[in-house]
Design a binder for this molecule. Structure first.
Ligand code: ZN
Length: 291
């Protein structure tokens, strides 16, 4: 594994627009305007994300988080400045940046599985400083409500509230290109079952807001390729038609606060099953009985 300073790979996808990727398996996005730059999400922060960003631009930075989950906010504290996050996710973000969660993140990263090849690998940089990482936090947070517009100089980004996956989910719409950066708000395999997610109606309202923008591309936090509006329509139908009674029992990745396993099911569209994951037309939503 690379050292901390070489941990992140920065891929230009358009002029002054970059995707940052690493063994963490989550994308951070960097938009560089003429006056300011915007970093969307900060990943797990295992490597030196700050150095990676500063290797591209020295402009003043705006940091925004799509939601409070551990794998989107843990690099916040590397930057000596606050990050914007919808207030409804602040409590979640603090929980996900606790020492206990960071211990779990280290353990999890030490034995990651490549879902395509099935190979196990260690996602931590070779010079990873465990104690320093455990001592870090979510950093200082600034509120977002949705509707805020950031002028980066030639690049205009609007915050669009897209709750569902988490209550305070926020997407970022790059107006000039009509690209929507959605974090984990949308996808072919959507989690909507734990204490931090919303009900189905709230999720659908956010999804409809995204569809109404008619974005040319929708970038997800874990998807190498962008999605289209047609893809959003497909996942919308999966959410509308999902029936818990007919869903496939699904192993929850987290425990309830009382230590029990939540009963959740994957509801897959059009008679497909989880075996069909990744095939064209596959769309699923994972819910509990209350959704
Ligand atoms: Zn998430």
């Amino acid at each position: 594994m690379a050292k901390r300073e070489d941990y992140y790979e920065i891929r230009p996808i358009a002029e002054q627009v970059y995707r940052i990727t690493s063994a963490e398996g989550v994308f951070c996005e960097l938009l560089v305007g003429s006056k300011r730059a915007m970093l969307i999400d900060t990943g797990n922060g295992f490597g030196d994300l700050r150095a990676a960003v500063r290797g591209v631009t020295e402009l003043p930075l705006v940091i925004v988080n799509t939601h409070g989950h551990v794998d989107h906010t843990s690099g916040n504290c590397q930057f000596a400045q606050p990050a914007y996050l919808c207030r409804e996710d602040w409590e979640l973000c603090r929980r996900h940046n606790s020492r206990k969660q960071r211990e779990f993140s280290i353990q999890d990263a030490g034995d990651k599985v490549d879902y395509i090849t099935g190979a196990h690998f260690n996602a931590l940089p070779e010079d990873f400083d465990e104690e320093a990482y455990l001592a870090e936090s979510e950093g200082e947070l600034l509120p977002l409500d949705g509707g805020e517009v950031f002028d980066l100089g030639g690049i205009t980004v609007e915050a669009v509230k897209t709750g569902g996956h988490t209550k305070g989910g926020m997407s970022f719409y790059y107006r000039e290109k009509r690209w929507l950066y959605a974090g984990d708000a949308f996808g072919f395999f959507l989690w909507l079952f734990d204490q931090d997610s919303t009900d189905r109606a709230t999720y659908l309202a956010g999804l409809d807001k995204a569809i109404a923008l008619q974005p040319e591309r929708i970038y997800g936090g874990h998807n190498p390729e962008p999605m289209t509006v047609e893809d959003l329509q497909l996942s919308r139908r999966a959410a509308v038609e999902a029936d818990f009674a007919k869903g496939e029992p699904f192993q929850a990745p987290i425990l309830n606060t009382d230590g029990t396993l939540p009963e959740i099911r994957a509801c897959v569209l059009d008679g497909m099953t989880m075996e069909d994951f990744g095939k064209p037309g596959f769309a699923a939503i994972v819910i509990d009985e209350s959704r």
